[in-house]
Design a protein around this ligand. Structure first.
Ligand SMILES: [Zn+2]
Length: 426
């Protein structure tokens, strides 16, 4: 029975794909993927057109939805924090531009044209939306957003649909050049839940997490001078000879509260750049992405992030095998694949799923001083083979600042893993 519920919750999650297309023949670009400079628009004002397919009655968008409002609010989320403006127009354009055929009009469409259907390929069930970004020498020239014409969207929290505003906020991030984030509770996390996936109308992914804000500010800067922004941390992780640096991620947490402030992927040569960060002393962590070298991770220490110059964080790390991983989070007896919302000032039960999680041998911990597990409340839950799940009571202090917070698991053998920003406090 529980296994069935687990399966049901998981199919209510969908990934977003982002396709990067060069606006010129590939022969002009010689740099490898990870060496490419940051890709962004060069003009401060970005023109976007809503396709008429979004505005006419269609089976994909629930009748009565506030489509224009959802588009405007998704743009506002980014405009409010970065030095960019949007100019919103309408267009008869129905299809995303094919690879190599940019037409200069960035469109948001839900039309079921052959080109759009082709864009989704065989992923029509697993994908909510896709964005094709055209860029040349680091400058974005066009970005087309297609909502999956085989999915349903709404703006009123209808269970079983995708929230249009959450979906668009994520895709507008791609349009701006922001990549997927490892922060489970962020807008730019690649998995999006349908409304009601965990039995709750959680529309929290309409709101940018601080890691989303730092990512866009790294590209465009903040929109006001008075913001305490922005600092950059440049670093290099070094592994013992013979170990692979693939699939590592670093992240920064506020030194006082433990709020996740930003994250970055580590390049194959061990280098990383974490920009757009608020100023102050921050704690840095690293982890291997799931499915890589186990899920081991650890602390990198404190870094003072200042406006004037980039801080440096070079460190040797050791990767050991870890049998632990934290992959799923849940509430109401259901598990999902992205972050969950928890409430201030309350004791509440959460579900944590992954590998090697056994209440007798593993402690669930939090880096934030405001969040703690209630002792002796961790119990094993049966969600079938292939996943180990525990539930536990946590207490979130009333004064906990809004933001996303990480969850850690520590085994008796010393192995440790983390889920980056899995708890959201709105
Ligand atoms: Zn995406």
């Amino acid at each position: 029975m529980k296994r069935l519920r687990f399966t049901i919750a998981l199919v209510l999650f969908s990934v977003c794909l982002v396709a990067n297309a060069l606006a010129s023949p590939p022969s002009l670009v010689t740099a490898g993927k990870l060496d490419q400079p940051r890709v962004r628009w060069s003009d401060r004002t970005i023109k976007i057109a809503i396709s008429t397919s979004m505005l006419k009655r269609s089976p994909n968008i629930k009748v009565g939805s506030d489509v224009i409002g959802a588009v405007e609010r998704s743009l506002d989320a980014w405009r409010a924090v970065a030095d960019i403006e949007f100019q919103l127009d309408r267009s008869d354009k129905q299809s995303v531009s094919p690879t190599g055929e940019a037409d200069g009009t960035s469109v948001i469409t839900v039309a079921g044209t052959p080109e759009n259907v082709l864009f989704f390929g065989s992923d029509t069930q697993a994908v909510s939306a896709q964005t094709r970004v055209f860029h040349l020498r680091g400058v974005i020239t066009e970005a087309d957003i297609a909502l999956n014409p085989f999915q349903q969207f709404s703006t009123d929290g209808t269970f079983g649909t995708f929230d249009l505003q959450s979906t668009l906020t994520h895709e507008i991030g791609h349009l701006l050049g922001v990549k997927h984030s490892g922060v489970l509770g962020s807008v730019m996390y690649e998995k999006l839940a349908k409304v009601g996936a965990l039995g709750l109308a959680d529309l929290g992914t309409r709101t940018l997490a601080e890691s989303d804000i730092s990512a866009v500010r790294d590209l465009y800067g903040a929109n006001t001078e008075k913001d305490e922004c922005c600092g950059v941390v440049l670093g290099k992780l070094t592994l013992p000879v013979g170990k692979s640096l693939k699939n590592l991620r670093v992240w920064a947490e506020d030194g006082d509260s433990g709020r996740v402030l930003g994250q970055a992927e580590v390049a194959a040569d061990g280098k990383f750049r974490l920009g757009g960060l608020p100023l102050g002393t921050q704690k840095f962590y690293w982890k291997a992405k799931s499915g890589a070298t186990g899920s081991f991770g650890g602390e990198l220490g404190d870094v003072k992030v200042e406006k004037a110059e980039a801080a440096t964080l070079n460190q040797k790390i050791s990767v050991g095998p870890s049998l632990l991983s934290l992959d799923f989070f849940g509430q109401n007896g259901q598990l999902g694949e992205s972050g969950i919302s928890v409430e201030n000032g309350r004791e509440q039960i959460i579900y944590v799923g992954g590998k090697g999680l056994d209440s007798r041998t593993v402690e669930i911990e939090f880096s934030s001083p405001f969040i703690r597990a209630v002792p002796a409340t961790t119990v094993n839950q049966d969600f079938g083979d292939g996943v180990s799940v525990v539930s536990l009571y946590i207490v979130v202090a009333p004064q906990t600042p809004p933001g996303v917070y990480s969850v850690f698991a520590r085994g008796q053998d010393g192995s440790r893993t983390a889920a980056l920003g899995a708890l959201k406090i709105n």
